[in-house]
Design a protein around this ligand. Structure first.
Ligand code: ADP
Ligand code: MG
Length: 686
C-alpha cells in the first residue's frame, strides 16, 4: 500500500483548479495524470526575453518584449485559418500577432485597436511578414514583464499554453507534503543539495543545477534500489534446474555455423539453466546479430529437460515473424510450436490452451496474451522476452514469476546501450553480449545530404523502386508536439503519394493497432513499396527486400535511434543505402554525430559516442523520452550520478538493513513516489 503521506501527490490531476474536461486531455497527452506528474513536469529550458524599443533591434527567431500599437483585427476568412492582429512598432514596422483556434478570444480582449501594448514572444517571419505566433504575454505596461524575463518553458500539448501549465505547476507545488530524507546525509551535505520539498520549486524557477541533480538522483536511486530488490528476490526463489541432453539440438540443421559470440552466449545461458536459482539474463545484440538462434537453442534445452518454453514478443507482427522463423528451424526436430496472440479466438485458441496445459505444446510464441490468467502451463521452464528495446523489463519479469517454481528468464534487446545505461535499465542482471556479427553482411552505405536536395533523393528513390526495391521514409521530428510530428508525416505522405500513387503506406503513433498492422503487413508482403513513418517503425520487423532508408532531419535523432532505424535495411543480400537528410543549421556536435553514422555500423560504439557527445552538452533539454527509463534524469546526470546512486542503494541494502530502519522507511516512500513500488511488493511477497 502506498504510504498515506503521498496521497496528495497521487490525487488525479483534475483535482487541480481549472482542470476541466478540456484541459484533461492535453494533460493526459503529456502523461500528466496525477498531481505528482504535474509537480515533476520540469521546464525544458528557460527563456530570457530581450526588451527592444522596436523590431529593427530584434532578429528573427529571437525572444523579445516590444511595445506595439494595434491597428487592425483580421478574422480568419473561412472559419479555419489564423486570427491576425496587425500592429506596428515605434518606427512603423508592421507585425502580425497570429492566433490559432480559441486563442483568438483572448486576442480580442487583450489587444484593442488603437491601443499600445507590450508584447512578449518569439519574432518569426512568415513570407514577407514579421509575425509573433501566440504571444506569451500582452500587458498594458512593461513593468510586470520586464521583471520576469527569465521564464520556464514547458513541454506543451495542443490546447495548452505556457501560463496555463505554469499555473497548474504552482498549484501542484503548493501541495507538496513533508517527506523524510532518503538520501544518505553525507551525500546530501557534500553535494550541497536542497531538501526534496525545496528542490522541486527551485527546479521550476530557474536553471538550478543542484536542485535538478537532487531530483535526478532521487529517481536514479529509486531505480537502482528497486532493481536490487528484484534481484534479491530472484535469488531467494526456487527455480528448476534444466539440463539438456542435446537430443533435439543435434537435429537442428542450421544453414550456417554459429558465431563465436553466439556460442559463448548459449554456453552462458546453458550454465544458468542448469542451476536451481532462476536465470535472470539479458542478451544484448545489435540488430541482425542473430539473437533468434540463441533463443531457439535455449528453448530447446528447456524442452530437452522436459519443460516448456515461451517467447514473448512486443507486437503481434513480431510474434508472427518469430513464429514462422522458429517453426521453419524447428522442423527437423519435430518439436511442436504454437502461436498465441490476443487475436486468436474460439476453437483454435482453446486447442492451444489445452496443449499448453497438458504439455503437448512445448514451445509457444506470442504477445502478452501468453501470460494471461487463462493460460496455464504444465511446466513452464523458460521465458524469453524479446523486448527489442524499451523498458519495463523488471515488471515483465514479475509476470513471469507467478508460478510456484519461477521460470528462467532471458530478456533480449536490440538496443546497444552503453554500459552505464545497462546498469540503469537492467540493474544487476547478468548480461551476454553478441558483439560479433554473422559473417558476410553487406555494409550499408550511409550518406548525409542537405535537405534542399530532397527532390533528387525522391528521384533516386523512384529509380530504385522501379527496379523492384522497397524503401522506408522516416519523417521529421518536430519535438514539441506529437501532433505536429504526425502532421509533418501526413504532409510528406501526401506529397510522396502524389509521386508514387498507391505503392505507399503511412504508419504513425496515432493509428489504431489494426490499422498499423495492416499497413505494416502491406509493406512486409511487398504490396506496398514505400513505408512512410514517424519514428514508430516497429523495431525488429524484417523486410529483406527493403534496401533504402531515408531519414529526414537526421540531426534531431539520437545516434542510437538512427542506428536502430538504419538497421531496418541491409538485411538481404543486396546493397543497401541509408540517406540522412540534414537541416542547414547544424551544430558542431550535430556534424560530428552524423559523420560518425557514416563511419561506423558498430551499435555499441555509436551508443557510447552518443552518450559522450550528448552527455556533457546542454544543461537542460537533453531528456529524450524513450532513450532511458527516466523522466527526470538526463544523460549527463545518469553518467555523473548513477554510479553514486547505485552504490548508495547497495549500501542501504547490504549494510543499513534495506527497507527496515528509519532511512529504509524513507526509501520506501521514495520507491512509491517514483512508482518503483514493484520492488517493495516483491519484498513483502517473498
Ligand atoms: P536479431 O534478432 O539479433 O536482430 P536475427 O536472429 O533475426 O537477428 O538474425 C538475423 C539474420 O542472420 C537471420 O536471417 C539469421 O538467419 C541470420 N544468422 C543468424 N546467425 C547467423 C550466423 N551465425 N551466420 C550466418 N547468418 C546468421
Ligand atoms: Mg530479433
Amino acid at each position: 500500500m502506498r504510504p498515506e503521506v503521498l496521497n496528495p501527490l497521487f490525487a488525479p490531476a483534475d483535482s487541480l483548479d481549472g482542470v476541466g474536461p478540456k484541459v484533461a486531455r492535453p494533460l493526459e497527452k503529456l502523461g500528466l495524470t496525477r498531481v505528482r506528474d504535474v509537480a515533476y513536469h520540469l521546464p525544458d529550458r528557460f527563456v530570457t526575453r530581450r526588451p527592444v524599443e522596436n523590431l529593427g533591434h530584434a532578429s528573427v527567431g529571437e525572444q523579445i518584449v516590444v511595445p506595439l500599437t494595434v491597428s487592425e483585427h483580421r478574422a480568419a476568412r473561412s472559419g479555419r485559418g489564423p486570427y491576425n492582429v496587425m500592429a506596428y512598432d515605434a518606427l512603423g514596422n508592421v507585425v502580425s500577432l497570429t492566433y490559432f483556434g480559441k486563442a483568438s478570444y483572448t486576442a480580442r480582449k487583450q489587444l484593442p485597436v488603437g491601443e499600445r501594448r507590450w508584447v512578449a514572444g518569439r519574432l518569426d517571419q512568415y513570407g514577407q511578414m514579421l509575425q509573433i505566433v501566440h504571444p506569451e504575454h500582452v500587458a498594458e505596461d512593461s513593468s510586470g514583464l520586464l521583471g520576469t524575463l527569465n521564464e520556464p518553458v514547458y513541454a506543451l500539448s495542443e490546447g495548452f499554453t505556457q501560463p496555463k501549465v505554469a499555473g497548474l505547476v504552482a498549484q501542484a507545488l503548493a501541495r507538496l507534503p513533508d517527506l523524510p530524507e532518503w538520501i544518505e546525509p553525507s551525500q546530501l551535505a557534500s553535494a550541497g543539495w536542497p531538501a526534496w520539498a525545496e528542490a522541486l520549486p527551485l527546479a521550476h524557477r530557474g536553471a538550478h543545477q543542484a536542485a535538478r541533480d537532487r531530483l535526478a538522483y532521487d529517481e536514479l536511486f529509486a531505480n537502482s534500489l528497486a532493481l536490487m530488490l528484484v534481484r534479491a528476490d530472484n535469488r531467494r526463489r526456487r527455480g528448476q534446474a534444466l539440463q539438456g541432453d542435446r537430443s533435439l539440438r543435434a537435429k537442428l540443421a542450421l544453414p550456417f555455423p554459429l558465431t563465436g559470440a553466439q556460442r559463448r552466449s548459449i554456453d552462458e545461458i546453458a550454465g544458468d539453466l542448469a542451476q536451481g536459482v532462476p536465470m535472470l539474463r539479458l542478451l544484448q545484440g545489435d540488430v541482425g546479430s542473430g539473437k533468434t538462434v540463441v533463443a531457439l537453442e535455449a528453448m530447446l534445452i528447456a524442452v530437452e529437460a522436459g519443460a516448456q518454453a515461451a517467447l514473448l514478443a512486443p507486437t503481434e507482427i513480431l510474434a508472427r515473424q518469430h513464429f514462422e522463423t522458429l517453426r521453419r528451424m524447428l522442423a527437423p526436430t519435430g518439436v511442436e510450436i504454437a502461436l498465441l496472440t490476443g487475436r486468436d479466438k474460439g476453437r483454435a485458441r482453446e486447442s492451444i490452451l489445452m496443449g499448453l496445459q497438458d504439455g503437448s505444446i512445448p514451445i509457444v510464441v506470442g504477445t502478452h496474451a501468453i501470460f494471461q490468467d487463462a493460460v496455464a502451463y504444465r511446466n513452464l521452464g523458460l521465458v524469453v522476452i524479446d523486448e527489442q528495446h524499451r523498458f519495463g523489463v523488471s515488471q515483465r519479469l514479475m509476470l513471469a514469476s507467478k508460478g510456484r517454481v519461477t521460470p528462467h528468464t532471458l530478456a533480449m534487446t536490440a538496443t546497444p546501450i552503453p554500459r552505464t545505461l545497462t546498469l540503469a535499465q537492467y540493474g544487476e542482471m547478468d548480461v551476454s553480449r553478441l558483439d560479433e556479427m554473422p559473417p558476410g553482411r553487406q555494409a550499408i552505405d550511409t550518406v548525409v545530404i542537405a535537405a534542399e536536395r530532397l527532390p533528387e533523393v525522391v528521384e533516386r528513390l523512384a529509380a530504385q523502386m522501379e527496379a523492384g526495391a522497397q524503401a522506408y521514409w522516416v519523417c521529421p521530428m518536430v519535438r514539441e508536439l506529437e501532433t505536429e510530428d504526425i502532421a509533418a508525416a501526413e504532409a510528406r505522405y501526401a506529397s510522396l503519394k502524389a509521386r508514387f500513387g498507391d505503392d505507399i503506406v503511412l504508419v504513425h503513433g496515432q493509428l489504431r493497432p489494426e490499422e498499423k498492422d495492416a499497413a505494416m503487413e502491406r509493406f512486409a508482403s511487398g504490396r506496398a513499396r514505400l513505408l512512410v513513418a514517424t519514428t514508430v517503425i516497429e523495431v525488429g520487423v524484417d523486410v529483406p527486400n527493403a534496401t533504402l532508408m531515408v531519414i529526414e532531419q537526421a540531426e534531431r535523432f539520437g545516434l542510437a535511434q538512427l542506428h536502430q532505424l538504419r538497421g531496418r535495411v541491409g538485411r538481404g543480400d543486396k546493397k543497401s543505402v541509408c540517406v540522412l537528410l540534414r537541416g542547414d543549421a547544424l551544430s558542431e556536435t550535430g556534424k560530428q554525430r552524423l559523420a560518425l553514422m557514416r563511419e561506423t555500423q558498430d551499435g555499441f560504439r555509436l551508443a557510447e559516442e552518443d552518450l559522450r557527445l550528448r552527455g556533457g552538452g546542454e544543461l537542460l533539454g537533453t531528456r529524450q523520452s524513450g532513450d532511458t527509463p527516466f523522466r527526470i534524469a538526463d544523460l549527463d546526470q545518469i553518467q555523473r550520478l548513477l554510479p553514486l546512486a547505485h552504490d548508495d542503494a547497495r549500501l542501504l541494502m547490504d549494510r543499513d538493513g534495506g527497507l527496515s530502519g528509519e532511512r529504509g522507511a524513507a526509501a520506501r516512500i521514495l520507491l512509491y513516489l517514483f512508482e518503483r513500488d514493484w520492488g517493495v511488493q516483491l519484498l513483502r511477497g517473498g
